[in-house]
Design a protein around this ligand. Structure first.
Ligand code: FAD
Ligand code: DHB
Length: 400
């Protein structure tokens, strides 16, 4: 524990992933007092391999929270992506299609490390190994988080409780089931994600459609590649040898011309299931949900982390306005404001996923539709701009 354990706070945040940590920093800067409870230890949270692409609004918020220094030094700015299909590549140029927008390659692990270092340096309190078990009084003025820390049961009385505790978190359960609606899609495939100690074989990410399934070439730095392969649900990472992974990647990225996939030592392998999920509303009484606790997207299109950041940017502004002016207007609008953006990202992630992956037993009709859609993006600046605008991120608060 980094300081004495508080029994009450203004905003109790459950979950020290990107959503909880960024919210805590933004609230701290706005003079709003809060506490973060995280069930895992620091090492686990900092090493958890996940997303890698940041939108402009996420980068701006990290800078505003004081966590922009290493990002500005080490982040890679990308002006486009390549779509690959039928042995052809087509580049989507973001700035020319979106009025100057671009994205940053900077791993979620690094975002989390930067936020934790700041938080432990000057607060607010962040407790590792603190597992929330339940929240009581969601519909009262003083909700309470019940948690276990260092083997002892404790409680934290709050003005507001924010569930940033991911898809399997407990805060969502504080809301009566009759008050929540959930929407869900599962997909008949997963991703095998690997990290490899080899410089990326491309300057920008490659999203590949192939008859053998989807593949993605991403990166973590100029010396580390991050690669993904579509695999059947239930795949064991150990059933894929390193040689088999490289051969399959080569087959799926095959393109006319002299491009080559460089191989190197694989240092991590994991299988990620894919799901779309939305909870409505994102606020009930004094309990609010943010990030994966409220919604999940399949990873194709890199929206998960950015959506989590967008939620807490909107929420931090709302809580700061309440603190400064006493007005709950922004808090009252929180759920509707976020859900408009969430559903746009849900649609984009579903579109990217279903356009680029091959369902098991997919028929020729569906494949022809996918190829026609990819041809359309290559032929029409309007279709390309639609993809580029969604990929680089839409405005935080849409024009009404
Ligand atoms: P999380 O990062 O899940 O953080 C929630 C935190 O809450 C965790 O630290 C957890 O330990 C803590 N917690 C949970 N329950 C409790 C409790 N009871 N008490 C206290 N703490 C609790 N997105 C992409 O865009 N691209 C990707 O490649 C990609 N890969 C992913 C791979 C995996 C395996 C997963 C699960 C997600 C991936 N995502 C990816 C999505 C992206 O990482 C998430 O959208 C992002 O982490 C959301 O941040 P969050 O803070 O809302 O949730
Ligand atoms: C990464 C993950 C994605 O889902 C994506 O669309 C792009 C990049 C990544 O982990 O680098």
């Amino acid at each position: 524990m980094n300081r004495s354990e508080p029994a009450r706070t203004t905003v109790g945040i459950v979950g020290g992933g990107p959503a909880g940590l960024l919210l805590a920093r933004l609230l701290h800067r706005a003079g709003v007092d809060c506490v973060v409870l995280e069930s895992r230890d620091r090492g686990y949270v900092e090493q958890r391999q996940r997303a890698g692409i940041l939108e402009q609004a996420t980068v701006d918020a990290l800078r505003a929270s004081g966590a922009g220094d290493r990002l500005d030094r080490k982040g890679l700015v990308h002006d486009g992506i390549e779509l690959r299909w039928d042995r052809r590549g087509h580049r989507i140029d973001f700035p020319s299609l979106t009025g100057g927008r671009r994205v940053w390659v900077y791993a979620q692990t690094e975002v989390v490390k930067d936020l934790i270092a700041l938080q432990l340096h000057d607060g607010p309190p962040l407790l590792f190994g603190a597992t929330a078990e339940s929240v009581s009084g969601a519909d009262t003025d003083r909700p309470v988080i019940h948690y276990v820390h260092e083997g002892r049961r404790r409680s934290l009385a709050c003005d507001w409780v924010v569930g940033c505790d991911g898809f399997h978190g407990v805060v969502r359960r504080a809301v009566p089931g009759s008050e929540l609606r959930t929407f869900e899609r599962t997909y008949p495939y997963s991703w095998l994600g690997v990290l490899a100690d080899v410089p990326p074989s491309c300057d920008e990410l490659i999203y590949a459609h192939s008859p053998r399934g989807f593949a993605l070439h991403s990166m973590r730095s100029t010396t580390v590649s991050r690669l993904y392969l579509q695999v059947p649900n239930g795949t064991e990472p150990s059933s894929w040898s390193d040689t088999r992974i490289w051969e399959e990647l080569e087959a799926r990225f095959a393109v006319d011309g002299d491009w080559r996939l460089e191989r190197g030592p694989i240092t991590q392998k994991a299988v990620l299931p894919m799901r779309s999920f939305v909870t409505e509303p994102m606020r009930w009484g004094r309990v609010l949900l943010a990030g994966d606790a409220a919604h999940i997207v399949p990873p194709t299109g890199a929206k998960g982390l950015n959506l989590a950041a967008a939620d807490v940017i909107v929420l931090a502004r709302a809580l700061a306005a309440l603190h400064d002016t006493g007005s709950t207007a922004l808090l009252d609008a929180y759920s509707d404001t976020c859900l408009r953006r969430v559903w746009r990202a849900e649609h984009f992630s579903w579109f990217m996923t279903t356009t680029l992956h091959a369902d098991p037993g997919q028929d020729g009709f569906t494949t022809r539709l996918q190829l026609s859609q990819l041809d359309r993006i290559a032929a029409s600046p309007h279709a390309a701009a639609e993809l580029a605008e969604n990929y680089t991120g839409l405005p935080l608060v849409p024009p009404s």
